[in-house]
Write a protein of this length. Structure first.
Length: 197
């Protein structure tokens, strides 16, 4: 299992953006207006209109990708998504909130939660890693693609396969340009929880 990100025949779009292109190992998208992933909590609405290019996994896997974007408007976001269906998914990456590009993740099991943290690095370029194995989700974020501190550890539904890949949304506008590259899909790394490599 080692999938290049931009083999269109390998991936499946959920809400394909009007504007996107691929070249080599990179995917460039421009978000559509009012695109979002969210379920119920606080706002009371369900939205499943964000952009996601999903690649089929085995029951356990690690996925990594590099993200480059210019996050400027409230809720501008891009990163990685792991998805079972419309009610069971996680998205993680950079999201613009409270005037800053924040490290954020939303875990949805019927209803969404939202966890944010200050990101002390240049948010215009970052790396994300998602590992799923034995009913556990491990998220890691990296500023350089070399050191991978823990971002989140959570229970996640067991399944024979998932969809994983790049995700981007702009709930308040259109026009966020994001470039995804260096996507890798492999068996789970199996490293210790606090192994930063």
């Amino acid at each position: 299992m080692n999938t290049p990100i931009l083999r269109r025949d390998d991936g499946v779009w959920l809400n394909e953006p009007e504007r996107w292109s691929s070249q080599g190992d990179s995917l460039e998208i421009v978000t559509d207006k009012a695109s979002d992933f969210w379920r119920e909590t606080h706002y009371g609405f369900n939205r499943d209109s964000g952009h996601f290019l999903g690649f089929r996994t085995d029951e356990a896997f690690t996925a990594e990708l590099r993200v480059q974007g210019d996050f400027r408007a409230l809720y501008d976001q891009a990163g990685i998504m792991v998805r079972l269906d419309a009610q069971h998914w996680v998205k993680a990456g950079i999201e613009f909130s409270d005037g800053h590009a924040m490290l954020g993740s939303v875990l949805t099991d019927g209803r969404s939660d939202w966890a944010t943290a200050h990101y002390g690095h240049d948010a215009s370029e970052f790396w994300l890693r998602a590992t799923v194995a034995s009913g556990v989700l491990r998220l890691q974020a990296s500023a350089d693609g070399k050191l991978w501190p823990l971002m989140r550890l959570a229970p996640f539904p067991k399944a024979s396969s998932y969809l994983v890949g790049p995700m981007a949304c702009t709930p308040e506008r259109a026009g966020l340009k994001v470039v995804f590259s260096s996507f890798r899909l492999t068996p789970p790394l199996g490293k210790d929880l606090h192994d930063l490599g």
